[in-house]
Design a protein around this ligand. Structure first.
Ligand SMILES: Cc1cc2nc3c(=O)[nH]c(=O)nc-3n(C[C@H](O)[C@H](O)[C@H](O)COP(=O)(O)OP(=O)(O)OC[C@H]3O[C@@H](n4cnc5c(N)ncnc54)[C@H](O)[C@@H]3O)c2cc1C
Ligand code: SF4
Ligand code: SF4
Length: 433
């Protein structure tokens, strides 16, 4: 394997090999940003033979462009909240990051709360940002029109369009594929997307000054990862449905969590959310990048929004008729002001304030992963792999809180999985080739 440092900073060898190394080492999450940076005539992020959205090199690529990709790709760099957004009143929790206020809340409009993945807060805030004229458009995602289990980027100008994107997409989704088109309009934006997508756009802000001029609000779901395409395909086949026949696939929403619904031209097949994920969270099949994610909690967003089931997952009994309640972590002045204005103007209902300790009760898997990341990254380094560059994520501080034996267990476990090939992907080829 090529030395990881050489891959990050290189002027020799084939630039395409450097880009492919991000994919081959399991670090690509398919955000689409490398296509936006290199241009679609040189890099195309499409469904690859592995079933994921991955980049393929389709035109001449130079080292300078790949240098930029390494600096913006969320597989190779993830930073916490920009320092200028942390002020004297911001508290920092080692697990939960910068915060000013944390509340339980839901969308005030019952139809939005119902459609939403949890309590509809992200959708309600996206709509409120438009109706209050704080932004001209919301860049977020909706169900893909071509691949029913995927998500796709959409620029919404109306509240109805924001609502059409409600619900979590647990499939490959590239919210940044069209970021240049969005920025080229010169309109103010809110960006709603996963923490890795937020990290990618924060990275791009260092290279494209339009990002900080135009992107006024950064909102994210807390994210434990999505289902690997093979995992979702197996679920669909288990319904006696050919994945190629799907016309629509809804993971959750319409209640909390709401049903998972696979639709073909002939019929709709409805199952419980836990039938998709399984009752045992250890059986979840996630992309490798999600297993070693240094930031599933949206450290660099204005607002991070989560579920509130104690233990991180609903029981079948609890989820009957649950109208949905989000936890909302307001990290920045802009995020807190938005949340409080939305409450004052009747867009969201705040139930009561909670604390980072409550977040760890709602999200034990996030807490455990945040503690484990430093050791997992050390195992990547031991194996001579690319170690994602991180800043302001408190990973070393968290590892220092753990007994040596736990860090060793995490490091050895990751090394074992790497040796088993878990963190290795084939070189992507477009699915049609
Ligand atoms: C992949 C994934 C993993 C998650 N893991 C966790 C978890 O571990 N713990 C937890 O508490 N919550 C998790 N969530 C978040 C949870 O499902 C809800 O999205 C969150 O509580 C917000 O709920 P809401 O009702 O406000 O969202 P909604 O009002 O339904 O709004 C959801 C917004 O997220 C956007 N979105 C949906 N899917 C994607 C995607 N794949 N990529 C980018 N943007 C997307 C939509 O465009 C929409 O704007 C996850 C969500 C996703 C997408
Ligand atoms: S994570 Fe995004 S920027 Fe990085 S290689 Fe994948 S698609 Fe490209
Ligand atoms: S777990 Fe991390 S890498 Fe995976 S989708 Fe969520 S934020 Fe992105």
């Amino acid at each position: 394997m090529t030395d990881a440092l050489d891959l990050r900073q290189s002027s020799t060898g084939d630039p395409a090999d450097r880009l492919y190394a991000i994919v081959e080492q399991g670090l690509c999450i398919g955000c689409g940003l490398c296509q936006a940076v290199a241009g679609p005539q040189r890099v195309a992020v499409t469904k690859s033979s592995s079933g994921y959205l991955h980049p393929t090199v389709v035109g001449p690529l130079d080292h300078a462009t790949v240098d930029v990709i390494y600096d913006v790709c969320p597989g190779t760099r993830v930073d916490g909240l920009p320092e200028h957004l942390v002020d004297d009143d911001t508290k920092i929790d080692n697990v939960w990051g910068p915060w000013r206020r944390i509340v339980r809340a839901w969308a005030a409009e019952p139809a939005v709360r119902f459609e939403g993945s949890t309590g509809g807060v992200l959708t309600a805030l996206g709509q409120y940002l438009l109706s209050s004229e704080r932004v001209d458009a919301v860049l977020h995602v909706r169900a893909s029109t071509e691949e029913p289990t995927f998500g796709e980027a959409v620029l919404s100008f109306t509240e109805a369009d924001v609502l059409a994107g409600a619900g979590s997409r647990y499939g490959p989704t590239a919210p940044l594929l069209t970021i240049n088109e969005a920025l080229d309009r010169g309109k103010t934006l809110a960006f709603i997307a996963k923490p890795c997508d937020i990290a990618a756009l924060r990275n791009l802000a260092r290279h494209d000054r339009r990002v900080n001029e135009l992107v006024r609000y950064w909102l994210t779901p807390v994210c434990g990862g999505f289902g690997a395409p093979s995992f979702t395909a197996n679920f669909v086949k288990g319904l006696d449905v050919d994945p190629e026949e799907l016309t629509d696939f809804r993971y959750r929403g319409r209640g909390c969590p709401g049903p998972t619904v696979a639709t073909t031209a002939e019929a709709s097949h409805e199952r419980h959310y836990l039938d998709y994920w399984g009752d045992d969270s250890t059986s979840w099949v996630l992309p490798w990048r999600c297993r070693i994610c240094p930031d599933g909690i949206g450290d660099s967003a204005d607002l991070a929004v989560s579920d509130t089931w104690p233990g991180g997952s609903p029981t079948r009994q609890e989820s009957v008729d649950d109208p949905g309640t989000n936890a909302v972590v307001a990290r920045t002045v802009a995020g807190q002001q938005l949340l409080e204005a939305a409450e004052a103007d009747g867009a969201v209902v705040i139930e009561y304030d909670v604390t980072p300790d409550d977040m760890s009760i709602y999200q034990p898997h996030q807490m455990h992963k945040k503690y484990a990341v430093d050791a997992r990254f050390k195992a990547l380094g031991d194996a001579g792999r690319i170690v994602p560059e991180t800043n302001r994520l408190r990973l070393a501080e968290l590892a220092a809180e753990l007994p040596v034996s736990v860090n060793r267990y995490q490091r050895e476990g990751t090394a074992r999985r790497l040796a088993e090939g878990k963190g290795t992907e084939p070189r992507p080829t477009p699915r049609s080739s």
